[in-house]
Design a protein around this ligand. Structure first.
Ligand SMILES: *[C@@H]1O[C@H](CO)[C@@H](O)[C@H](O)[C@H]1NC(C)=O
Ligand SMILES: *[C@@H]1O[C@H](CO)[C@@H](O)[C@H](O)[C@H]1NC(C)=O
Ligand SMILES: *[C@@H]1O[C@H](CO)[C@@H](O)[C@H](O)[C@H]1NC(C)=O
Length: 447
């Protein structure tokens, strides 16, 4: 964040204050223009105009560079491996996806980039460009001829493309793209960032319709994480974490997803065991951190932040409660949920994710007490549910950096890079114009 605000601040300054804004006024305001004519000094006007010209170039480059830097921080863009056009396409895609939060509008750019990269390697091959399924560069080329940075970038772009395709409702194409990486042993086990690939697997596991596949992809991801940390990750054949094992964020997520799918597929004992083992790990981390015998340095690949541990623990406990209920252990199930409420209700307002889980837990409790005809407890839960804080997405309101980039981007798509200074100037002399949303500026599929 520090780096980010530094970059934001620096570019913001070269973009705006280094340009003498007065120099632009003559072009747009009759008042000042007539005053300047009164001076009758052509040299001055030429100076001002050339100042405006170079200032304009500076602002153009400054604001475009700003957007490039921002995209590059969100997703590293290999500078030397891409042509200028490809870089621009990549920046547009990442910017529309992450900053404008309009993945549907980024699909066309991701697709263009992937098609371009493919054609560069296979100039003779014809591609049907109307389809969302884009063929992949041969794995040997990626491994032996390309830089590591490029290969990682390529895989990241495919993951981003697949996610954006989902937002566009292109389920089949998304599954096709994801599985062409994940099912390719060469690519999957040798390239890309393990945690990113694991994210791919979890996504594919969520969207694939076949229940068997849901388990297969999660297990494949766990295998990949194990291969990345051989001997340090200790799991037994039932995917139960052993004492002294290393934990990573993605491993925890995969194991929890695996447990979830086991339960859904009528293997609730297997699922329950994984949940209990993971919960034990989290509790021991919580204890160790609370009594000072460990800190984040002891969990190099796992977010051991107090809040994160709490959320993980509460999530797992609420799942356990649901499983116990479905197995008929009603009293037990209610006790697990009441435990969560007792522990977290009075601190939930500091955390949006916690509030979301508590809302679910209270909803479950209401259903449970309903079915037991326990009106007193049901009403108590109903009342608590109404007291839950209503969160708006404060991230969008508070993050000045996010707002700045978002605004810059929309101006640039709307009016081009000079719009950054043109817009405030126009508004000084007229009514402020509302910046249109991306949906009002361009067609979703037209590049
Ligand atoms: C799980 O079991 C229930 C009843 O015991 C059955 O209705 C359901 O079809 C089963 N689901 C699967 C995926 O086997
Ligand atoms: C974390 O613990 C290590 C030793 O295990 C210690 O060297 C380090 O200073 C601690 N860091 C913090 C922030 O407490
Ligand atoms: C209702 O639920 C509460 C909390 O679980 C319990 O203490 C109470 O005995 C229950 N009341 C009835 C009538 O079952």
């Amino acid at each position: 964040m520090f780096l980010r605000s530094q970059i934001g601040g620096r570019i913001f300054r070269t973009g705006v204050s280094s340009v003498p804004s007065r120099t632009f006024i003559p072009k747009r305001s009759f008042n000042l223009a007539s005053k300047l004519q009164g001076l009758g000094r052509y040299g001055l006007i030429i100076n001002i105009l050339s100042g405006a010209y170079f200032g304009g170039i500076l602002v153009c480059m400054g604001s475009l560079y700003f957007i490039y830097q921002d995209a590059n921080e969100r997703q590293h863009i290999p500078f030397w491996d891409l042509s200028l056009k490809q870089k621009i396409t990549a920046v547009k895609a990442i910017n529309k996806d992450d900053v404008l939060r309009s993945p549907r509008y980024s699909v066309k750019h991701y697709k263009r980039l992937l098609i371009d990269l493919y054609k560069q390697e296979n100039p003779d091959q014809e591609i049907d460009e109307t389809k969302f399924e884009v063929p992949l560069i041969d794995s040997n080329v990626l491994i032996y001829e390309k830089s590591n940075t490029f290969a990682n970038f390529y895989i990241d772009i495919i993951l981003r493309y697949s996610k954006a395709l989902l937002a566009k409702g292109q389920l089949d194409a998304s599954i096709y793209m994801l599985s062409s990486i994940i099912n390719n042993d060469e690519l999957f086990f040798r390239l890309g960032d393990t945690e990113r690939l694991s994210e791919c697997c979890r996504l594919l596991s969520k969207v694939t319709p076949n229940p068997e596949d849901k388990l297969t992809y999660l297990k494949r991801s766990i295998l990949n994480i194990q291969k990345t940390f051989p001997t340090r990750i200790k799991l037994n054949d039932n995917y139960l974490l052993q004492d002294g094992s290393l934990m990573t964020d993605e491993l925890m997520k995969c194991l929890n997803d695996l447990a979830f799918n086991y339960v859904k597929q009528n293997h609730s004992d297997e699922g329950l065991n994984i949940y209990f083992t993971n919960l034990k790990y989290i509790k021991s981390a919580q204890h160790a951190i609370a009594d000072g015998s460990a800190n984040q340095t002891n969990y190099p690949y796992f977010n051991a932040d107090e809040q994160n541990l709490k959320i993980l623990s509460v999530k797992i406990r609420s799942y356990i409660s649901e499983i116990l209920w479905s197995k008929g252990f009603k009293k037990n199930s209610i006790a697990w949920n009441e435990d969560i409420i007792e522990e977290c209700f009075f601190e939930h307002s500091s955390s949006q994710p916690l509030t979301i889980i508590l809302n679910q837990v209270l909803t479950n409790l209401i259903t449970m007490y309903d079915s037991l005809h326990n009106l007193t407890s049901r009403n108590r839960c109903e009342k608590m549910k109404q007291e839950l804080t209503n969160f708006v997405d404060t991230r969008l309101v508070d993050d000045w950096y996010f707002n700045l980039v978002n605004r810059f981007s929309r101006i640039i798509y709307h009016r081009g890079p000079l719009g950054i200074i043109e817009k405030p100037l126009l508004e000084r002399f007229g009514a402020p114009n509302k910046l249109p949303e991306i949906e009002e500026m361009e067609d979703e599929d037209v590049e």
